[in-house]
Unconditional design. Structure first.
Lengths: 48, 374
């Protein structure tokens, strides 16, 4: 159960980060969002 | 702006797939090439159904058959950062021949622990053993079950049934989890399945293969439960007569969760465990890489040995993997011989296992080459 709670949290954080990536005012914030996205994506895809 | 976001998103997905493929590779079992004496391959889930289709559902290789001879169980890969344990088990699987009796080999006892490395140890993902015309890669794992399979750790791990308290991380340590329980945590159920295997298959002798750092007190040793002490004593004397220094350690009665203690107490088997010296586990080591795992040579340990900081002799030759595997195989052969001396009516007849000297002379690759066994 905890496993799936953790997974859902990662999905939620990923959705928020993608929204930030889209709305970011400059390229630095966009790049930072993209870097945050990487481990979240690995987590959500159950790679890690 | 939107285009840049899209490019970044595509780049991140591509990187995730690239990294993900490397992670995924760590979950695919390395192929093994069993000898002609193989009778069948069972799975651990046959002894605890809750493990079915999980990462703990590992193979149990059966050699020989129940013909009135003794049954011997070899456990490799209980701790997967102790490569001599599973390489010795792989080598047995690929070379053993049996005329009488039965040998069961679980080469990846904690298969989940072989799917990751321990954070902070800088261990390589794989290491190579040279063959005659190529190399064969083997995975390096962790002492602990993968947190993807068991998470989070408790603050304090309370062992069942003794009530002994250990650090939380030891809840993922197979060799602190015996005898295990069917309703226990993931690692406890692996231990339960192995305990059930020992009971149902009427295993007479268990040899659990391990390694430890050169500064650890129980090293180059055979640890034995009280019932196995006579057998282990004969084996250690035989090994010493052949020039291999082995210590004999009694299984501590009040240290619970270990295979030699709990399998001895909860089943009728003769439970033993062997330790060799592995610098890639040591706290004093320098650069940690695949070469260190195979060569066992570390300049920091050479210096440590000069000031008597190691429990085993250590010099510029190091303690290579072939020496450690050779010690495990020699110890295994002597334990089986000693058991046969004490129980001649059920003595198993084994062959095909290289001696310590043969292994040093021919190297590991000669016995792990799928196309070219001596």
């Amino acid at each position: 159960m905890l496993f799936w709670i953790y997974w859902l949290m990662a999905v939620l954080l990923m959705a928020l980060t993608i929204r930030e990536l889209w709305r970011a005012p400059n390229w630095r914030t966009q790049l930072a969002s993209a870097l945050v996205l990487l481990p979240l994506l690995l987590r959500v895809l159950l790679f890690k | 702006m939107k285009l840049r976001a899209l490019i970044l998103l595509v780049t991140v997905v591509a990187l995730a797939i690239y990294a993900g493929l490397e992670f995924r590779a760590s979950r695919i079992d390395e192929p093994l090439y069993p000898s002609a004496s193989l009778s069948k391959v069972m799975r651990l889930s046959e002894f605890d159904a809750s493990l079915k289709n999980s990462r703990a559902d590992t193979e149990i290789y059966e050699f020989g058959r129940q013909d009135g001879g003794a049954t011997v169980l070899v456990l490799g890969g209980t701790h997967c950062d102790e490569p001599a344990s599973y390489i010795a088990a792989y080598l047995l699987i690929e070379n053993i021949a049996l005329d009488h009796g039965r040998v069961l080999i679980v080469p990846r006892a904690n298969r989940s622990a072989l799917s990751h490395t321990t954070i902070g140890e800088a261990h390589p993902a794989t290491f190579d053993i040279p063959l005659k015309r190529s190399v064969r890669s083997f995975r390096m794992g962790s002492r602990y079950t993968n947190p993807l399979d068991q998470w989070p750790d408790p603050e304090v791990f309370v062992h069942v049934p003794s009530g002994q308290e250990l650090s939380g991380a030891d809840s993922r340590n197979l060799n602190r989890s015996y005898p295990g329980a069917a309703d226990g945590n993931f690692t406890g159920r692996i231990a339960n399945a192995i305990t059930e295997l020992v009971k149902r298959e009427r295993v007479d002798l268990v040899v659990d293969l391990h390694e430890a750092s050169p500064e650890y007190p129980v090293i180059n040793a055979i640890v034995a439960h009280e019932r196995a002490m006579e057998c282990a004593s004969i084996a250690v004397l035989d090994l010493q007569l052949e020039g291999l220094e082995f210590a004999l350690e009694p299984s501590p009665p009040n240290f619970h969760g270990l295979s030699h203690r709990e399998l001895g107490d909860h089943t009728a088997t003769h439970a033993t465990l062997m330790e060799s010296a592995n610098v890639s586990q040591g706290r004093l080591r320098g650069r940690t890489n695949a070469d260190l795992v195979v060569s066992g040579l570390d300049s920091m340990y050479v210096r440590a040995a000069r000031i008597n900081m190691t429990r085993v002799p250590y010099d510029e030759q190091g303690i290579p993997l072939k020496v450690r595997v050779g010690r495990h195989l020699a110890g295994f052969a002597k334990l089986v011989n000693a058991f046969s001396q004490l129980n001649p009516e059920i003595a198993p007849a084994l062959s095909g296992i290289p001696t310590y000297d043969e292994l040093l002379q021919n190297d590991l690759g000669a016995y792990l080459d799928p196309h070219d066994h001596p």
